[in-house]
Design a protein around this ligand. Structure first.
Ligand code: FAD
Length: 464
């Protein structure tokens, strides 16, 4: 939907139709994030102390594609022994040493963090990616592939769940143990009945959409669309939070950036062939080799008018991603036909803005209305301005001497806070990290969608 606080711009909201996969960045929440969930839900089962053993079962550290010595770049002691494989970048970029040297030399808010996934996520360091040395590793390759031939598992692709169907009550609470599925708007609908339970895991967009289509959501709004309300649950689709992302472009004194790869099909083809045949080269990497998470300065004037929305001191307010070296298109500005570039992505990772997702009609094949309400809370805009300044300060440190030439494009000449805010409103897109539309709350709370057991068994308002 048009974003009121971004001059009514709209931008793309990507949703994959694949089994497993995203931009490969592997980040667990800081210990604060988990402890915050435990406090919010009043269930210590979500605290880091309780969750750690399960996290360790999810993933394991493996060698990078170039088998370089990673000591001091990651802490193997905090990693587990699960099926998702995680590694550092296996093809060096000319930015890596500059980022790490800046953080070790400058310190302070730019301090080095040996392992971003060790509980304290604040600082700059090497990015960990869900890459099995040179291939994508994902929930699908780690969990689904090994069991795909089991006789008690069916994976139905190109099929959409169109409705959950109430099959009865348990202790006065409606039970939905039947799912209606279909291949498309004009295809027949089929019913699948569960013996034990239906686990709904259709993501931040699909989950509220399916609940609302099934009569679980805000009663009045569902009635207005002609949907019979079964459970009146106001928060279904509310509390949407997303990370605003802004690409910051610079020209550089280097002709070794990846710009040529995107401009010249033969260079691209040769690198693809190299990766396919030898598992080496640029294409073994995720889009970034290094990254940094920052807290706002403790004496920031932002806190004069805003409470801190982050989970705590181990959690960042903002992020800088060093997207290799080259012009990476995030948003509407295409790669220029000539020149060598550096792209710094700045993001707000403790957003205070809250949006919503609501179905546009009772038709399950019509796309829902997605409103991330970016910058609707001014904290996020002010935090973005701070991280834009931080990113420029970072690349002005000695480790970058002679590399960066100038700010590029619309960012050129943008120096005042007001101009930076307008720039952010004009060019921000999403990092694709939406969450929150089926929020957990304490048992018996009047808000939220599910309790800390991911069920909603009490305090529901029924509309038989
Ligand atoms: C382009 C992009 C890049 C990203 N990069 C990263 C990254 O590098 N690192 C990171 O940690 N996170 C990244 N993310 C975010 C991350 O992928 C998500 O947070 C995560 O996948 C959410 O998991 P989920 O299980 O909640 O939902 P999803 O992964 O969205 O899974 C939901 C599934 O349900 C299916 N579905 C939805 N509705 C229906 C329906 N009605 N019937 C049947 N099936 C349905 C969907 O097709 C999907 O397969 C990225 C996201 C995007 C879009």
């Amino acid at each position: 939907m048009p974003q009121e606080n971004m001059f009514n711009r709209t931008f793309h909201y990507a949703r994959g139709h694949v089994l497993g996969g995203n931009l490969l960045t592997w980040n667990r929440g800081s210990n604060d994030v988990w402890d915050n969930w435990a406090n919010l839900t009043e269930d210590q089962g979500w605290s880091w102390a309780s969750i750690e053993k399960y996290y360790l079962r999810t993933s394991r550290l493996v060698a990078p594609a170039d088998h370089h010595n990673t000591s001091g770049q990651v802490n193997p002691a905090v990693h587990g022994n699960g099926p998702v494989q995680v590694s550092l970048a296996g093809f060096p970029s000319e930015l890596d040493a500059r980022v790490i040297n800046t953080s070790t030399q400058v310190g302070g808010r730019f301090r080095f963090n040996e392992d971003i996934n060790a509980g304290d996520s604040v600082g700059f360091g090497f990015l960990q990616a869900s890459i099995a040395t040179d291939r994508r590793s994902s929930a699908a390759t780690a969990y689904l592939k090994p069991v795909e031939t089991r006789s008690n598992l069916d994976i139905i692709i190109h099929t959409q769940a169109t409705r959950l169907i109430q099959t009865g009550y348990r202790k006065g609470t409606p039970e939905f143990k039947m799912v209606e599925i279909s291949n498309g708007p004009k295809s027949p609908r089929f019913l699948v009945r569960a013996k034990f339970e239906v686990i709904l895991a259709t993501g931040v967009v699909g989950t509220p959409q399916l609940l609302q289509l099934s009569g679980i959501g805000p009663k009045k709004a569902l009635h207005a669309l002609g949907i019979h309300s079964i459970v009146d649950l106001a928060d279904v689709g509310q509390r949407l939070a997303d990370h605003p992302l802004l690409p910051n472009y610079f020209t550089v004194h280097s002709n070794a950036t990846f710009d040529i790869v995107l401009r010249d099909q033969s260079v691209f083809g040769a690198l693809l062939e190299q990766w396919n045949t030898t598992g080496t080269g640029l294409f073994v990497n995720s889009p970034s080799n290094t990254l940094g998470f920052l807290r706002l300065p403790p004496d920031s004037t932002i806190f004069e008018n805003h409470t801190d929305p982050s989970s705590g001191p181990l959690s960042a307010h903002t992020e800088i991603l060093f997207v290799q070296d080259g012009f990476a298109q995030f948003g509407d500005i295409p790669q220029p036909p000539t020149g060598n570039f550096l792209t710094l992505l700045t993001a707000v990772v403790s957003p205070a803005s809250k949006g919503s997702i609501f179905i546009a009609s009772a038709d399950p094949f019509e796309k829902p209305l997605i409103n991330p309400a970016i910058y609707s809370d001014k904290f996020d805009l002010l935090a973005m301005v701070q991280v834009m300044k931080d990113s420029q300060e970072f690349i002005q440190s000695p480790a970058w001497t002679g590399f960066v030439s100038a700010t590029f494009g619309a960012l050129s000449g943008v120096t005042t806070d007001e101009a930076m805010m307008n720039h952010a409103r004009n060019f921000t897109v999403t990092v694709n990290h939406p969450v929150g539309t089926a929020s957990m709350s304490p048992k018996n709370a009047k808000w939220g969608v599910v309790d800390s057991d991911l069920l909603k068994s009490r305090n529901v308002t029924l509309n038989p």
